[in-house]
Ligand binder design. Structure first.
Ligand code: ARG
Length: 460
């Protein structure tokens, strides 16, 4: 017996291995809800177009709704012989309601059907991802507000550079995520275009009304060109690119959390519930969550390259290659959602160790630039001031003293323009408070940035 869906022109059944090899039902059954949603819209439109009767439409919709329940309740039997989610559901419909079920596929192909399903699926998932990014950003805003006055060393080259506030550092993460959010919003615009109606590749001879299906399914517009509609997966690639950038940002945060929770930095305590221990070393508490997120970036970057390579050089229109788009996409979705959830749960629970942060900021001559700026205000050209401060830092290294710990006499040995008021700028508080402009690290600026962040999230 040949395949019941397309076996008409075949003289022998599909080889058993080939059937398994070409089947996608094991992974594309994830899209059953979208597949049914698309079929309901299609049947409704066919009725408006006079292709199906109202009675036929109602039977189809009723049948599909029962199938949906069967699947949800684990009663549905998926069959490899029926290849994919689309043919499994269609065959089940015919088994349920008889020959009317066979009319559903009028004016449609699996090619426009699958492209529609993926877009619906991805659109729903993007909406969930957007909510999770916002939840993570809310956590960052809360923590940044709380840590607006906390001073830590800011780094370049991972060497102590200038004091910054911890709140300001957290708001840098917030900014990265804002751009990620915008990228997903933008990707969604290109995802939310409807392929349905393109049929196999050239359109259909039935009097279909694509604006009806488009509206029923909540798409922004029908795809303009049938050949393009069934074949391109650039929207999925774009989704993986946006995901890769998001994960890249999460790896940067992860790297810092891993460093900061180490005994060497000791800036942060990560509550036990986000850590794991060692089976051999009893003292260990490992920052597994940030580490794993850092590691998971690898698979998402990999999926981006899988999809780019999958799409490369494909001639128009649909090719079976495209069946391979689903696993990378689904795994990207799962990974992104998992990482976001872990971060959104973890961030509000981060505990700063202010004394250690402060002490580290005091250690690395982090106010050297402030001293140079002070000398400039007293009339010295910046390059000369740089030289003078460089020499006093060298003296500090030799004597084991930070700039703020030197006496006025010691400092005056490097420049006689230095007077008592120098100590205002050599303190950490003075240093951060002086960077008081939009985008600067001053505590007041952090609070203002948090406020703007809250407005931004409120407007979403
Ligand atoms: N399972 C296929 C996919 O994922 C559906 C479309 C197949 N169309 C075809 N003519 N083989 O792409």
């Amino acid at each position: 017996k040949t395949n019941q869906q397309w076996g008409g022109r075949f003289n022998e059944p599909t080889d058993a291995f080939v059937a398994r090899f070409t089947a996608s039902v094991e992974f594309d059954q994830r899209m059953y809800r979208q597949d049914i949603q698309g079929s309901v819209a299609h049947a409704t439109m066919l009725t408006e177009a006079g292709v199906l009767t109202v009675a036929e439409r109602d039977m189809i919709i009723q049948g599909l709704s029962e199938i949906s329940t069967d699947i949800e309740e684990g009663r549905f039997e998926w069959s490899i012989e029926l290849e994919d989610v689309h043919m499994n559901i269609e065959a089940a419909l015919t088994a349920k309601i008889g020959i009317t079920g066979k009319k559903l596929h009028t004016g449609r192909s699996r090619n426009d059907q699958v492209a529609t399903d993926i877009r619906l699926y991805l659109r729903d998932e993007i909406d969930l991802i957007l909510l999770e990014i916002t939840r993570l950003q809310e956590g960052l805003l809360g923590l940044a507000h709380q840590e607006a006055d906390t001073i830590m060393p800011g780094f370049t080259h991972l060497q102590t550079a200038q004091p910054v506030t911890f709140g300001h550092h957290l708001m840098a993460w917030f900014e990265m995520l804002s751009r990620d959010y915008d990228r997903f919003v933008d990707t969604r615009k290109r995802v939310n275009i409807m392929p349905l109606g393109a049929a196999a590749l050239a359109g259909t001879t039935y009097p279909i009304q694509r604006d009806i299906t488009c509206q029923l399914l909540g798409f922004d517009a029908p795809a303009e060109n049938s050949l393009d509609a069934v074949s391109d997966r650039d929207f999925g690639i774009e989704f993986c690119a946006a995901s890769s950038l998001l994960l890249m940002h999460l790896t940067r945060m992860s790297e810092e959390l891993v460093l900061w929770t180490s005994a060497q930095f000791n800036f942060i305590n990560l509550p036990d519930r986000f850590c794991t221990g060692s089976s051999i070393m009893p003292q260990k508490k490992n920052p597994d969550v940030p580490e794993l997120v850092r590691g998971k970036s690898g698979r998402v970057y990999g999926h981006l390259f899988s999809l780019l390579t999958l799409m490369k050089s494909q001639p128009l229109a649909y090719n079976k290659d495209n069946q391979e788009d689903k696993e990378p996409l689904f795994d990207t979705i799962d990974t992104v959602k998992g990482c976001l959830r872990a971060y959104a749960d973890m961030v509000p629970a981060l505990e700063s160790r202010k004394e250690y942060m402060r002490e580290a900021a005091l250690r690395g001559f982090s106010t050297a630039t402030d001293l140079a700026d002070y000398l400039v205000r007293k009339g010295m050209p910046f390059r000369d001031a740089h030289e003078v401060v460089g020499k006093s830092v060298a003296y500090g290294i030799e004597t084991g003293k930070d700039l703020g710990e030197m006496s006025l006499e010691e400092l005056q040995a490097f420049s006689d323009t230095i007077s008592e008021d120098v100590f205002d700028v050599l303190t950490l508080e003075g240093s951060v408070a002086a960077r008081n402009h939009v985008g600067g690290t001053a505590p007041d600026q952090v609070r203002a940035a948090v406020k703007r962040g809250q407005d931004k999230l409120g407007a979403r």
